[in-house]
Design a protein around this ligand. Structure first.
Ligand code: PEP
Length: 245
């Protein structure tokens, strides 16, 4: 299982260090569950120093497609790797909707991450409108195909897929586990035999009350947690749910 915490643009350095310390002291290091946290860029180094010996990994919430050079304000994949990151989130819905990231750009970011040896977590998912008009599978398949066309099936399967319906992110309305399972089956079928071991995780209002039922589904290999990852006790409870499976 895999439990990832996306801290988004929250907290100051002091808050990040406190949260990291609480996670480090509470993490049981039960190794059937991989734990990765995604602090804001500026806090990654400090957080990594605190958590790495407790087997908690760190990653970036975004990355540049460029390797280096004249890209003011951007952070390259190699820079993330250099400060101890193992993972990077690409195509989070907030990047797509608030920062205009297209499927093509997300695919390039995915490729840039693979090129330096970072594991990308590709976020896919439909809007409420698309959900209501029954387009979920179509949207998700299109988002996956764009990455597959850029990095090939092997490349796609070597990352992690996070299914995050937009209408459930930050709303307190997690999707029904059975419905998530069905979307994950569609995702798994797009990956073919090579994707049998690819982790497909769910994200959207996960908490300690709903994660056990979610993680119990066959094709749900863990979760990407936003809001609940900012409270150490709650995030640790979600990790415990994953460890039981
Ligand atoms: C997210 O933003 O990736 C997310 C899943 O957020 P939340 O858990 O707060 O819905």
């Amino acid at each position: 299982m895999l439990v990832a915490g996306n801290w988004k643009m929250n907290g100051l350095l002091n808050d990040a260090e406190h949260l990291a310390e609480k996670l480090a002291s509470g993490n049981t290091q039960n190794r059937n569950t991989e734990v990765i946290i995604f602090p804001p860029f500026l806090h990654i180094s400090a957080v990594a120093r605190i958590v790495q010996k407790f087997d908690i990994k760190t990653g970036g919430q975004n990355c540049s497609v460029a390797e280096s050079g004249a890209n003011t304000g951007e952070i390259s994949c190699e820079m993330l790797l250099d400060i101890g990151c193992s993972h990077v989130i690409v195509g989070h819905s907030e990047r797509r909707s608030l920062h205009g990231e297209t499927d093509a750009l997300v695919a390039k970011k995915y490729a840039a991450a693979l090129d330096v040896g970072l594991t990308p977590i590709l976020c896919v998912g439909e809007s409420l409108e698309q959900h209501n008009s029954g387009e979920t599978e179509e949207v998700v398949v299109r988002q996956l195909s764009s990455v597959r066309e850029t990095v090939g099936l092997g490349g796609l399967c070597s990352g992690i897929i996070a299914y995050e319906p937009l209408w459930s992110i930050g709303t307190g309305r997690a999707a029904l586990p059975s419905k998530v399972q069905s979307v994950h089956e569609t995702i798994r079928s797009c990956l073919g035999d090579e994707g049998a071991k690819t982790r497909i995780v769910y994200g959207g209002s996960l908490n300690s009350q709903n994660s056990a039922a979610m993680f119990a589904e066959k094709d749900i290999d863990g979760g990407l947690v936003g809001g609940a990852s900012l409270q150490a006790e709650e995030f640790l409870r979600i990790i415990k749910m994953a460890e039981r499976l």
